[in-house]
Design a protein around this ligand. Sequence first.
Ligand SMILES: [Zn+2]
Ligand SMILES: [Zn+2]
Length: 278
Amino acid sequence: MIVAPLSSGSAGNSYYFESDGTSILVDAGLGPRETRKRLEQVGKTIEQVQAIVITHEHYDHIRGAGSIARKYHIPIYLTQGTLDASRINRDVTTTIVFPNDSTFTIGELNIHARRTLHDAADPACFVIESRDGTRVGVASDLGHADAPVIRHLSDCDGLFFEANHDLDMLRMGSYPWSLKRRIMSRFGHLSNDDSMTAVQRMIGADLKNLCLIHLSQKNNHESIVRDMATRLLSRLGATNQLELSIAKQFEATGVYEIARRRPARPRLPALNTQMALF
Ligand SMILES: [Zn+2]
Ligand SMILES: [Zn+2]
């Protein structure tokens, strides 16, 4: 599977996924022109994109969805709560509603949705699974990583996971207290500390790519997150197993080719074949 974070953070989120001829965007927080430009940075075209899957209705995740969908005749997949809370015009846009906590298919990709805790109508995170069993999780905008989300994102080959803010920077920073309280609540965003605790619980034997996403521009710094994650990985003895990266806001982060090392579902010979050997 090919994964390319095009933009990550409160100024816009968009992630490109491709496998076996199916290409989708998870979130469309950039307008059509900027999305096209970022896709070109990673050697892709917007015409390749067959669907937009939305995590929740906040502006930084949905801003470009309607215009991209109409311009390029792409359907938007979202929960009913997200659709109702959004400004998407259903008369001129193809929308496909999926129930949260369900699995649906787009072309060759299975999308496993799981509800998240965030101050939105019906927010979701996803595991995207390709035909060969490669699983890539993408989750941001979590007030708290609860046990169902941790379970959902375990056993992934690639994980794109929020590390939003440094608690001290947020506490000491210039945000009004009401906003600080919202960010720190169970329906806000994950602090670096909470993110590392969750990552520690989710790292499995198959995880090869860990990318930390949705960093706050004001209350975090790439070097803080990188140091914390590096320390965690070395404590877990996972440094050699994993490629660690931090997603960028103002340019595409790069292209990740993620594959399952061992087949997800080993093929056993059919029973009658086996019997015939004796
Ligand atoms: Zn966001
Ligand atoms: Zn949000």
